[in-house]
Design a protein around this ligand. Sequence first.
Ligand code: FA5
Length: 354
Amino acid sequence: MIEDIKKEALELIRSAKDSAAVERLRIRFLGRKGEISKILRSLKDLSVKERQTVGPVAQQLKKDIERLIQEKTAVFSKSIQQGLPGIDITMPGKKIKIGYLHPLTLIEKEIRGIFKAMNFSVVEGPEVETEYYNFDALNIPKNHPARDMWDTFWLQNSQQLTSDKEQLTKGQESKVKGQMLLRTHTSPVQIRYMETHKPPFQIIVPGRVFRYEATDASHEINFYQIEGLMVGKTVTLANFKFVIQEFFKRLFRSDIEIRFRPSYFPFVEPGLEVDIRCIKCGGRGCGICKDSGWLEVMGAGMVHPRVFEAAHYNPRDFQGFAFGLGLERMAMIKYNIPDIRLFYSGDLRFIQQF
Ligand code: FA5
């Protein structure tokens, strides 16, 4: 029996992981009610002969355990001295929580990568825009009913920005004329880019846009768009169809059927709406596609000659396509997110899923 206790005690003490475990073993074997103490106490009930054999063995075991415990405690206190004082460096560490990328950041990065691989450059523009770039230069003159397509946040103190008109040339003056606003789409960057670059080129413009409208499961007042613009001597809708088909194929990692529907945007002619086959039901009809089998994903078309004129291009020299897609809607389709408001809820349980 003593041999069994000896084997177990020595093994346990040797494999103890920290000083607390050693202390627990000390109490278990050497404490007042400990296993060795019990044996030593019971010696008095044995015959003289038995006492002479059991006594020395139990005493020796007590010494062995004491020595081993001392050695083990010394090892731990040495490692504490070598590490930080008062910290048991043998304790398991606390797991540090790492952050997560927001799903909009993830999808924007992916989309940038896809277009870069197709030789598109990434360009950005201002979120506070002039009426000229957001509307006039895009063939949406003042009082034109098409302005109602974009519910606008107008900025009140905008006139101050245009107060020092003497320093502006005539051309510059017309661009800052009118009120400032929060851009309602990324299309103004088409003009800004063309003013300073010559075709051929192909760009995408990711960015935040703002609309003064009621929110619901698919509408936010602040959301992201990605504009696309490709201009050259012979760029056609066929090029657009290839680029956009390739884009969806790479984004959803499968062949996606797309369809064009005639639509109206003042800055393109012809204008179209692009739909993709419902990712969820494959076209059979479901809640996501509202039983139509198709998902509306972007506006597009061939750049209107008036837009080229606003950028001082001769519309006879160049042609090109433009498109604008909603980033949240793409993310909703890709990650199966039912409500656009979740993106801006600040709820960590949502973010931590990506
Ligand atoms: C435009 O904003 C055009 N500038 C797009 C364009 C560019 C057409 C170039 C032609 C050529 P529209 O208002 O449809 O179009 O918005 C484009 C996309 O933004 C929509 O397809 C949708 O995905 C997204 N979107 C529009 N309104 C909201 C909203 N309130 N909340 C979230 N996404 C929206």
